[in-house]
Design a protein around this ligand. Structure first.
Ligand SMILES: CCCC(=O)SCCNC(=O)CCNC(=O)[C@H](O)C(C)(C)COP(=O)(O)OP(=O)(O)OC[C@H]1O[C@@H](n2cnc3c(N)ncnc32)[C@H](O)[C@@H]1OP(=O)(O)O
Length: 252
């Protein structure tokens, strides 16, 4: 099972659990995430979702490079990866607050996943890297647009073009994450925040989430569609092919 689902206090805790791929996101996993969010919404006792992962080293290693490599080899085009966004977007559009509790390093599409959450709590040892450029890609799941929203037009190009790793502390300084907590404490902190949210009315938080969604939609215009068209443009190109070859060659 790639996603563990565990009701805890006022929250539904979703833990990504694909240790053999360092918690890479594949289509089955994104479907499970969307389905779990729907289950949480249908249960009046649930007041928020905590998204976390198992293991201490990696939160999410990005899109599943085995699945991506197969699609490139079979010349299937980028539709499979792009379609995963339909599922992942459930995190942002949900009427429940979603908090990411990040216990390990985050790569590529994993950073895009964080940006779909309402709040992000990271442990102090964690690093984050928008690895897309190193993989010959650009974000596919709205991560470029949301990165500009969160950190602004000065920092976004730096993170995207260089694919550099940044520390948890730097991520908080530039507004990419809300809070840095000591190792092992992200999940508890996220649950604490959901508990505090649960002191108020579910309907009011839901209304605020609807308002946030409307504001973002108005501000974004067609930015996400344009971002995804750029992803399709670079998909399967020479840089993408070379990065996949290098990844698989390293592993024999
Ligand atoms: C729109 C989506 C765009 C994207 O997300 S593109 C992907 C961006 N992500 C990356 O470039 C990260 C690729 N992975 C790595 O750099 C390293 O594996 C990583 C995460 C630092 C972990 O390093 P290590 O602890 O040394 O482990 P390792 O490299 O030996 O990997 C262990 C096993 O995990 C697998 N793995 C790691 N990242 C994966 C991925 N993204 N998709 C699918 N499988 C992945 C890797 O193949 C290996 O398994 P195996 O030994 O080959 O069976």
């Amino acid at each position: 099972m790639s996603l563990r689902i565990e009701p805890t206090g006022d929250a539904l805790v979703l833990s990504i659990d694909r240790p053999k791929t360092r918690n890479a996101l594949d289509r089955d996993l994104t479907r499970r995430i969307a389905e779990a969010v729907r289950v949480a919404e249908a249960d009046p006792a649930v007041r928020g979702v905590v998204l976390t992962a198992t293991g201490e080293e990696t939160f999410v290693s990005g899109g599943d490079l085995h699945e991506i490599g197969r699609a490139v080899r079979e010349q299937a085009g980028p539709a499979g990866v792009l379609d995963m966004y339909e599922d992942l977007a459930a995190l942002e559009s949900s009427e429940l607050p979603v908090i990411a509790a990040v216990q390990g390093d985050v790569y590529g599409g994993g950073c895009e996943l964080l940006l779909l959450c309402d709040m992000v709590i990271v442990e102090a040892h964690v690093s984050l890297a928008f690895r897309h450029a190193r993989m010959g890609l650009s974000p596919a799941w709205g991560g470029l647009t949301r990165l500009v929203e969160r950190v602004g037009p000065i920092e976004a190009p730096r993170l995207l073009f260089s694919a550099e790793k940044i520390s948890a502390e730097e991520a908080a300084r530039i507004g990419l994450v809300n809070e840095v907590v000591p190792r092992g404490q992200a999940r508890e902190r996220a649950l604490g925040r959901i508990g505090r949210i649960a002191d108020g009315a579910r309907a009011v938080v839901a209304a605020q989430k609807r308002a946030l969604t409307a504001v973002r939609k108005a501000m974004r215009g067609d930015a996400i569609e344009r971002e995804r068209a750029i992803f399709a443009e670079v998909w399967g190109g020479p840089a993408h092919q070379a990065a996949l070859d290098a990844f698989f060659k390293r592993r024999g």
